[in-house]
Design a binder for this molecule. Structure first.
Ligand SMILES: *[C@@H]1O[C@H](CO)[C@@H](O)[C@H](O)[C@H]1NC(C)=O
Ligand SMILES: *[C@@H]1O[C@H](CO)[C@@H](O)[C@H](O)[C@H]1NC(C)=O
Length: 133
């Protein structure tokens, strides 16, 4: 299954031109919505992480996904790992370089519980899908 996904990613990456103007809808992002829904809200309410509201407000762009990826990767729980893996594939698919995306993106000084971050993540993915970007 994992291998199959990798193959698909490699093939679709090969088919895309280097400056693909229309990234295809990402199945990996859709999968993240499911993962976010399954997350045990009661259990994770007490874990506070950096607030990403400012990046949601500026339009759910790649930098938002990059920052969420970094936060969850640092948090390093089993559920987070699945989301991080799906984001990794999404970045690879779209040739997103998070090092570059996050240059000059300030860190928020406020924190919010993890379920809030995941809700933002799911909402941003829905917004992307809706706008067809
Ligand atoms: C979520 O975690 C809490 C606390 O550990 C537990 O009481 C509850 O049953 C869990 N809910 C689900 C849906 O797993
Ligand atoms: C991403 O960008 C950074 C900074 O420009 C660069 O050093 C790095 O090699 C790039 N990574 C990839 C995978 O292209």
């Amino acid at each position: 299954m994992e291998m199959m996904m990798m193959m698909l990613v490699l093939v679709s990456a090969a088919l895309m031109s280097p400056c693909a103007a229309n990234p295809v809808r990402s199945l990996n992002l859709d999968h993240i919505i499911d993962l976010a829904d399954q997350y045990n809200k009661t259990m994770y309410e007490k874990f506070y992480v950096e607030d990403v509201t400012h990046l949601v407000k500026s339009g759910c762009r790649n930098k938002f996904f990059c920052r969420v990826h970094d936060i969850l990767k640092k948090h390093d729980r089993t559920e987070d790992k699945k989301i991080v893996r799906n984001l990794d594939v999404f970045f690879k698919e779209g040739n997103v370089n998070c090092t570059e995306e996050l240059i000059n993106v300030p860190h928020a000084t406020t924190e919010k519980p993890i379920p809030f971050l995941l809700e933002n993540l799911a909402n941003c993915i829905r917004r992307r899908n809706f706008m067809g970007i």
